[in-house]
Ligand binder design. Structure first.
Ligand SMILES: [Zn+2]
Length: 237
C-alpha cells in the first residue's frame, strides 16, 4: 500500500482540516516507520483547526501527536528496535542537539524543535515516520489505545509531580476539566492531595470522569478552598 487517508491541516484559514490521500513516508537512517494503532485528539489540534493557535505550522501537515502503534520498518542506523515492537512516541520529532535547552537535557523545550502534527507530519494516518530516539516500549498487556495517552499523561506528570510540591492532604484545585486537567487531578490524587476540579455547569460529562478518579467537582470553588484555614487552596493547577 503506497498511500492512506490522513487528517490534514492545509492552511492558516480557519476550518482548513480535511481528509486527504497521504503517501506512505520514506524513512531516514535513524527513523522507524510506525503503523499507527491509536491517536488522540489534543486541544492543540482543535486550535489549529480553528486557527486560534500561537505556534508556527508547516502547512500542509498531518495532525496528531498523541499516538501509539507498531514498528513496521527500521532504518539502517537504528539499533534496539525491530519490526513488530509496540511503541508510544514522544512529540519533539526534530530537535537541535546543540540548543542550550537540549544541552541541559530539556530538548522538549528547545524553542527550535518541530513536533508531530504541526512541524512535521503526525499520526492521524496509517503510517508515520518517527525518529528512533522518540520511541518508548509499550509493556505487554497494555492496549495501544491506552498507550496513546502516554503523552498527555506525561504532561500532567511533569506539571503536578515534577514541578509542583503537593503534600498528603493538601487541597488542590484544578481549573478546567479537559483531558489534561483531569489527568492533572488524577496525578494530584496519586500524590495524596484532596483534589477538586472546577468547571462550568455544562461540564457535567467531564465531571463524571473526574469523579471516577476520586475528585470533587465544583462550579464555584471559593467555599471549598476557604473551608479549612481561610487562606485558600494549597495548590492551584
Ligand atoms: Zn497535545
Amino acid at each position: 500500500m503506497t498511500s492512506s487517508a490522513a487528517v490534514v491541516n492545509f492552511s492558516p484559514e480557519p476550518g482548513s482540516v480535511e481528509v486527504r490521500e497521504f503517501a506512505r513516508p520514506d524513512i531516514g537512517t535513524h527513523d522507524v516507520l510506525v503503523e499507527v494503532e491509536a491517536v488522540g485528539v489534543c486541544g492543540s489540534d482543535l486550535h489549529q483547526w480553528s486557527s486560534s493557535h500561537s505556534w508556527p505550522v508547516n502547512y500542509p501537515v498531518v495532525l496528531g501527536h498523541e499516538f501509539a502503534g507498531t514498528v513496521v520498518q527500521v532504518g539502517a542506523g537504528v539499533t534496539g528496535w525491530s519490526e513488530g515492537d509496540r511503541i508510544a512516541s514522544e512529540t519533539a520529532a526534530v530537535i537541535d542537539p546543540d540548543n542550550p535547552m537540549s544541552r541541559r537535557g530539556l530538548y522538549n523545550l528547545d524553542p527550535t524543535r518541530k513536533g508531530f502534527g504541526y512541524g512535521v507530519d503526525g499520526a492521524m494516518t496509517r503510517y508515520t515516520r518517527v525518529p528512533a530516539r522518540c520511541l518508548h516500549r509499550v509493556p505487554v498487556g497494555l492496549p495501544l489505545e491506552h498507550a496513546a495517552l502516554t503523552e498527555p499523561c506525561c504532561v500532567a506528570y511533569n506539571s503536578v509531580v515534577e514541578n509542583t510540591r503537593i503534600s498528603p492532604g493538601d487541597r488542590v484545585l484544578v481549573i478546567g476539566p479537559g483531558t489534561i486537567g483531569i489527568l492533572c487531578a488524577a496525578m494530584a490524587k496519586l500524590r495524596g492531595g484532596d483534589v477538586a476540579v472546577l468547571g462550568l455547569e455544562t461540564d457535567q460529562k467531564r465531571f463524571r470522569v473526574a469523579e471516577k478518579y476520586g475528585c470533587k467537582t465544583l462550579t464555584d470553588a471559593e467555599a471549598w478552598c476557604l473551608q479549612r484555614d481561610g487562606l485558600g487552596a494549597d495548590v492551584v493547577v
